[in-house]
Design a protein. Structure first.
Length: 616
């Protein structure tokens, strides 16, 4: 049951006991499932309002040059401004650090006007030179290009002729020039960095930024603490602090929501959503999501230098085998039984939320559930059954595929059980490896199949770029931007074509052909587009912006609208200081508070699923 917002009269003895409990809670901070969150405390003298975000996805890096997980990139959207932003209503490009932009007649030179009212948190002005330095560093340093290098691969020259003018010259036309999802960093701070491939931006605080929040503290798998930037050009956030606090167990977070210990929970399971629906002071938000949920196939891990590595099963190099696995997957059952209707059946790579780019296969090309045809394809490929009903590889040994599964994702586990049955009917064994850390075996190519998923931006270029040959690591020892080691020349040719196409309708058609290519080759089996199922306490958050503003999601937006706009409810408690404490889901809540008033007391105590581990 949730804790009601109202207070009740108590005796002096009970009041002393309550205060003792508060002190005890402070002494015990750092223990329990929440992994060392900030100590509960009385509202500090300044009446500070703290919005706590408890997460079960680990931060991969606090360097915007390296990070790709949703929790990390969401934090970077709060820390740094981008040249442009996405409108909360319909995601069209709006001013960010740049107030306006203009292409030349041949579309090869783009000139951006940098705003005059943005400054870094150390007081220095944010200028065009910072933007030029950021892009040039990515163009000349492989480490700095790790996360977002695809955006600058076509840049020829970037200059800042004056503090308010940024000029980007292209090698050829590029359609993403109003959707460069690259955080702009302060040159005077970052030019001191040595090895960008190793610098995680997590040792010296506060971190200099110019976004709506400033990073003030961080401890691995415990918390990320940010404070409101009172000088943010769009206006200061309504909450004084924002705390991302690590939870490994989402059930614990849901229980905390009921008790009033947290204010917001995302990535709810159907059962969790049903249990919260109808509770006083809790609102369940069920919105179309911006993610896809897929089963990725190891196509044979290799580097750009041609060196192969990893140990993916050789049968998966055959397209017929990959297509057979598509045909053996009952997507309708996944939607009905696992997501219980809180998702749309998967097909193309771009969710239906982005209608212009969403692709659906025609009747003749659809790889719909058809286990008999799946068996026929395996037979045609030379993988036949033995007398015991086991499907044999070319080496004469029974085929067993290893599936990378996220230990914290109930969907992975549930779908894995169905897959064991479906693939078992084909004579194929399945070993579902549910791990806390799927990143290491993924990057090493040491898997056969893997549960995968990405949040898609309004401009789909980035999620398409991670399947190009250029995204492969330079050598087996390096880390590339690739999602799944796909390197397909036809896909690459289409990628280059869409990138250079400024006509919106023509470009959308090319993007759909790219999705068709991923589908027909069988590399990415998109099974579902999950809804964003979230819940928050209306007695702690008075209002918050969804994206899109009409029926959209709250967490994991293409921007900072939710946390920048969040309004504390009247009487919502504030929490304290202390040693605080980033493809599953994130929990946002008011930090633990015990507030004592004359004659009354009330208690308000205070992870987007990862892929590999869901890079965005």
């Amino acid at each position: 049951m949730h804790t009601p917002a109202h207070s009740r009269a108590i005796s002096a003895k009970a009041l002393r006991a309550a205060l003792a409990l508060v002190l005890l809670a402070g002494a015990a901070a750092g223990t329990g499932a929440a992994a060392a969150g900030p100590a509960a405390a009385d509202e500090d003298p300044g009446g500070k309002k703290v919005l706590t975000v408890a997460v079960s996805q680990s931060v991969d890096s606090l360097s915007p040059f390296l990070a790709s997980r949703l929790v990390s990139t969401s934090i970077h959207r709060l820390m740094y401004d981008y040249l442009t932003n996405y409108d909360a209503k319909d995601a069209h490009a709006i001013p960010g650090l740049a107030t306006e932009w203009e292409p030349s007649a041949d579309k090869l030179t783009w000139t951006y006007t940098i705003r005059e009212d943005s400054k870094w948190s150390d007081g220095k002005p944010a200028t065009a030179e910072d933007a030029a330095w950021t892009f040039n560093k990515m163009m000349t340093d492989d480490g700095a290009a790790t996360a977002n290098g695809s955006f600058v691969a076509n840049f020829d020259e970037v200059t800042a002729p004056d503090p308010r003018t940024l000029v980007i010259r292209l090698k050829k036309p590029q359609a993403t020039m109003t959707a460069l999802d690259v955080p702009i960093v302060p040159k005077h701070v970052w030019e001191r960095v040595g090895d960008f491939s190793k610098f995680n931006n997590d040792k010296q605080f506060p971190v200099v930024g110019n976004g709506p929040y400033i990073l003030t503290d961080y401890k691995v798998d415990q918390y990320v603490r940010l404070k409101a930037n009172k000088d943010f050009w769009r206006g200061a956030p309504k909450f004084d602090e924002l705390l991302f606090k690590y939870y490994k167990d989402n059930d614990a977070a849901v229980a905390a929501l009921r008790k009033g210990e947290v204010s917001f929970v995302s990535n709810l399971t159907p059962a969790q959503a049903a249990s919260l629906d109808g509770n006083d002071d809790i609102k369940v938000n069920d919105a179309p999501g911006r993610r896809f949920y897929a089963l990725a196939t190891n196509p044979g891990a290799k580097a750009r230098n041609g060196k192969e590595f990893g140990d993916g099963h050789p049968s998966l190099l055959d397209r017929r085998v990959r297509q057979a696995l598509f045909l053996a997957t009952d997507r309708k059952t996944i939607i009905d039984k696992v997501f219980q209707g809180h998702a749309v059946q998967g097909e193309g790579y771009i969710p239906p939320r982005y209608a212009d780019y969403h692709w659906q296969p025609g009747d003749e090309e659809e790889l719909a559930y058809d286990p008999e045809r799946a068996a026929e394809l395996l037979d045609e490929a030379g993988y036949r059954l033995d007398k015991d009903g086991k499907r044999l590889g070319k080496d004469g040994r029974p085929i067993t595929y290893r599936v990378l599964c996220h230990a914290t994702d109930p969907n992975d586990k549930a779908i894995g059980k169905y897959m064991e049955e479906w693939y078992g009917d084909l004579g194929i064994g399945l070993k579902v490896d549910c791990l806390d850390n799927v990143t290491d075996p993924w990057l090493a190519g040491e898997y056969d199949l893997a549960f995968d998923g990405w949040s898609v931006n309004p401009d789909p270029d980035f999620v398409l770029s991670i399947h190009t040959c250029d995204a492969l690591p330079a050598t087996p020892q390096d880390v590339g931007a690739t999602d799944n080691f796909i390197c397909d020349k036809k896909f690459d040719a289409l990628y280059e074509k869409q990138l250079a196409e400024y006509d919106a309708a023509e470009r959308a058609g090319i993007v759909k052909r790219m999705q068709a290519r991923l589908y027909e080759t069988g590399y990415m089996n998109v099974m579902a587009y999950p809804n964003a199922v979230e819940a928050y306490r209306t007695d702690q958050i008075a209002s918050i912006t969804t994206m899109p503003s009409d029926g959209g999601n709250i967490f994991g937006q293409d921007g900072y609208w939710s946390w920048w706009s969040a309004e504390p409810a009247a009487g919502a408690g504030a929490s304290a200081s202390g040693d605080g404490g980033s493809s599953t889901g994130l929990v946002i809540g008011i930090a633990a508070v015990a507030a004592v008033a004359a004659g009354a007391i009330g208690f308000v105590m205070a992870r987007r699923r990862s892929t590999a581990d869901e890079r965005e």
